[in-house]
Write a protein that binds this ligand. Structure first.
Ligand code: SAH
Length: 482
């Protein structure tokens, strides 16, 4: 290890910063966040830097550096572009045992600034020993995505109760178990979902009862998005990685499932149309049962749990059993399929509104209010409509939508084998009969579909030539092959 990581308390300490440009400004920002009194020396000082130095103990010296400026300083940072000046500062600082950082010159530094993830009081510093600051920064970006912002408030909450916990739990082991219980469970999750008061009340109750283990578990209803794991939210990923047990259905892709905690039990409760592997009541009961065993239960649902996902029904059952839950939104199929197919759902001049509609009709056209769906300048998106496509297209035409209205079917949206078939209300059913795009598939109806031609950017388009030829055969135009 070339540099020992240390965390330095610099509150109200005098720090010298040599330089007044952009890089000096960045260092000044960081140092001021740590509460230092800053002396800046430079021939010119940027306005923004000047504006930062508002404390009575801050100082700006317009002029030359000289070693006398090091008197009384705890730390020195050199951020100019003058190499010989940097060397002088370095030797002066070494002589006086003052830690020195010279920007971009590790050989002249006795300390370096790490890349920082700041969730004060939790702070993570990442260093590449000056070898590759970019790598350290990339790593930092990864950590930023994994560590919720609520960590600051969680850290502060723990800090407030540290002494009380120490007094309550005699042994180090008991304390460790207690804090693990707090930090990996419901109390932390309450903080992350902005319910600090409830978190504090639970923490107090846990201390009073001397609890060190899990009590009631909780359920996270998590939107898994359309399939591409990169479209998960940070929060979804975090909760998936904490799960003891995961209930998922057939819309959740294998790649997404793969990101769940390795030790979690993965239980399939999949539903296919008219073929429920586990009926909805059974799923509700399973969630309750596992949570009551103190487990952290993730219910993973394709897309968004509150859009044609029966999320509401599952939550009602949890609520009635007093089981805590959280809901994490996911990217719904309409958003995902339209973006990955290159079809903006709204677009000036084409559509000012969009409707999400279920296409599941149980063979009854009158279940849908077609009159509402035929307005011009509106995009209509049908979920679960692949098997009723002919009825949907017919119904729209009967209610006055022109047969020439563009339509797209997006099958397996965002997956590597995504397929898009386009046509019109008049011919889409026939085209699909030939192309046989597979479920899950979404149907998009409206003028915006015409934009797909120019804006498609992902995956394959169905081979139109073949379909057109095949359509000819279906219509009997190509008699020779009948
Ligand atoms: N809660 C989900 C929808 C569940 S209903 C969501 O928000 O996306 C199931 C229907 O969603 C399917 O019949 C299909 O119409 C659509 N769907 C879900 N994922 C899809 C995908 N990757 N590609 C195309 N359609 C999808």
């Amino acid at each position: 290890m070339d540099f020992l990581p240390l965390f330095f308390n610099l509150k109200s300490r005098q720090v010298l910063l040599i330089g007044g440009g952009d890089i000096a400004l960045r260092k000044a920002r960081l140092l001021k966040r740590a509460g230092v009194f800053l002396t800046v020396v430079s021939h010119t000082v940027e306005d923004e830097l000047k504006a930062m130095l508002v404390d009575a103990h801050d100082q700006i010296i317009i002029g030359e550096y000289h070693s006398g400026l090091l008197d009384g300083k705890t730390l020195v940072v050199a951020a100019t572009d003058d190499r010989s000046l940097h060397e002088r500062v370095h030797f002066d600082a070494i002589e006086r045992n003052i830690p020195i950082n010279v920007v971009d010159t590790p050989s002249l530094c006795t300390f370096i600034f790490p890349a920082i993830v700041d969730r004060s009081p939790i702070v993570i510093g990442i260093s590449s020993g000056g070898e590759s600051p970019v790598l350290a920064r990339l790593l930092r970006a990864r950590l930023e995505t994994l560590i919720p912002n609520g960590y600051s408030r969680l850290g502060a909450l723990v800090g407030r109760f540290r002494h009380q916990v120490k007094a309550t739990f005699g042994s180090v082991n008991q304390r460790r178990r207690f804090w693990e219980h707090v930090l990996e469970g419901q109390i932390a999750e309450k903080v992350f979902s902005g319910r600090d008061d409830e978190a504090e009340a639970l923490l107090k109750a846990a201390i009073d009862k001397g609890e060190t283990g899990h009590q009631v578990g909780e359920v996270y209803l998590v939107g898994a998005g359309p399939g591409d794991p990169e479209l998960l939210t940070f929060k979804a990923l975090r909760l998936m990685q904490q799960a003891d047990v995961v209930f998922y259905d057939n819309l959740v892709s294998a790649e997404v499932l793969d990101l769940c905690r390795r030790d979690a039990d993965l239980i399939y409760v999949g539903k296919k149309r008219d073929n429920h592997a586990v009926p909805q009541d059974g799923i509700n009961a399973l969630l309750v049962q596992h949570a009551q065993q103190g487990k952290r239960v993730v219910r993973l649902k394709g897309g968004d749990p509150f859009i044609f996902g029966r999320g509401g029904e599952e939550l009602e059952t949890l609520k009635s059993h007093g089981i805590p839950f959280q809901v994490v939104p996911g990217i719904t199929a309409a958003s995902a399929c339209s973006t990955y197919a290159g079809i903006p759902l709204t677009h000036r001049g084409y559509a000012q509104s969009v409707k999400f509609v279920t296409g599941q009709l149980k063979n009854r056209k009158d279940k849908l209010n077609f009159a509402e769906l035929v307005h011009p300048n509106q995009t209509v998106v049908f979920y679960m409509g692949l098997h009723t496509l002919p009825t949907l297209a017919e119904g729209l035409i009967e209610h006055g939508k022109p047969g020439s209205t563009p339509v797209a079917i997006v099958s397996k949206g965002t997956a590597a084998d995504q397929k898009v078939l386009t046509g019109t209300l008049a011919d889409i059913a026939e085209k699909q009969a030939k192309a046989q795009l597979e479920a899950p598939a979404l149907i998009i109806v409206g003028e915006v579909v015409a934009l797909q031609e120019q804006l498609a950017w992902f995956g394959d388009k169905v081979d139109e030539q073949n379909i057109t030829h095949a359509l000819g055969m279906i219509k009997g135009e190509d008699k020779s092959s009948c």
